[in-house]
Design a protein around this ligand. Structure first.
Ligand SMILES: [Zn+2]
Length: 230
């Protein structure tokens, strides 16, 4: 009996050990999936930094290598998707309010790459998006991320983007979507980076008055491994 108990004890210990290894392995996989992500911009793989913004803490927001945030990674994935069948080598691009990590990629990718902004110093052109100096139909691609929520006359800005875009051109012009309906502020909101409105899901309806095709993309359209959620 004593020998049998010893065998049983060993079997139980072995089973516990296997169970323990299985649990450890599962926890490791779970840990890895939950805490490590891929940055599609710089190909970094690992943990992302949390960010303390005015609107609250954003966990796993920032790529520790290039500094990209959730919106940058989503926009870059959208950019890759909508240019899959295009050849940027033959395209002229205008990048409004350029993000440095994207500027470095685009300037090597496009045949001609110009940057513009009203307030930034290190750009090719100082431009007011509502009164652009560029001629009609001269850009194949325009990128202006999180710009329109700073401009009261956003319809003028959209009209100008449409004017300088070639007939088959593409404009990538995302804004932060907060709620269901857009709320216009009477003056720039100091608690929201001086935005002049709080864009809602209905905001992109404005684009339909200017562009023949308007396509919306969401974080859920892409893999969670890129961490595209705020
Ligand atoms: Zn990165």
């Amino acid at each position: 009996m004593s020998k049998l108990r010893k065998v049983v004890k060993h079997i139980v210990l072995a089973a516990n050990k296997i169970l323990y290894l299985r649990i450890s392995s599962s926890l490791f996989r779970l840990f890895k999936v939950q805490n490590c992500y891929i940055c599609p911009i710089c190909n970094y793989y690992g943990r992302f930094k949390s960010l303390r913004a005015e609107t609250g803490e954003r966990k796993k927001a920032k790529c520790t290598k290039c500094g990209s945030l959730e919106r940058h990674r989503l926009q870059y994935l959208v950019f890759k998707e909508i240019t899959t069948d295009k050849n940027p080598n033959n395209m002229k691009m205008l990048h409004f309010a350029p993000e440095d990590f994207l500027r470095n990629i685009f300037k090597h990718m496009f045949k001609e790459y110009l940057t513009a902004d009203l307030n930034m110093e290190n750009v090719d052109y100082k431009e007011d998006l509502t009164k652009l100096s560029f001629s009609d139909n001269c850009f194949d691609f325009i990128y202006a991320s999180h710009v329109l929520e700073h401009i009261k006359e956003d319809l003028s800005a959209l009209s100008e983007i449409k004017r300088i875009l070639k007939p088959n051109g593409i404009a990538l012009i995302p804004v932060p979507i907060i709620g269901k309906n857009t709320i216009e502020y009477s003056e720039p909101n100091p608690h929201e980076c001086y935005h002049v409105r709080c864009p809602g899901e209905d905001y992109y309806d404005k684009y339909k008055g200017f562009f023949t095709t308007v396509k919306l993309y969401k974080s859920s359209d892409f893999d969670e491994k890129y961490q595209l959620y705020i």
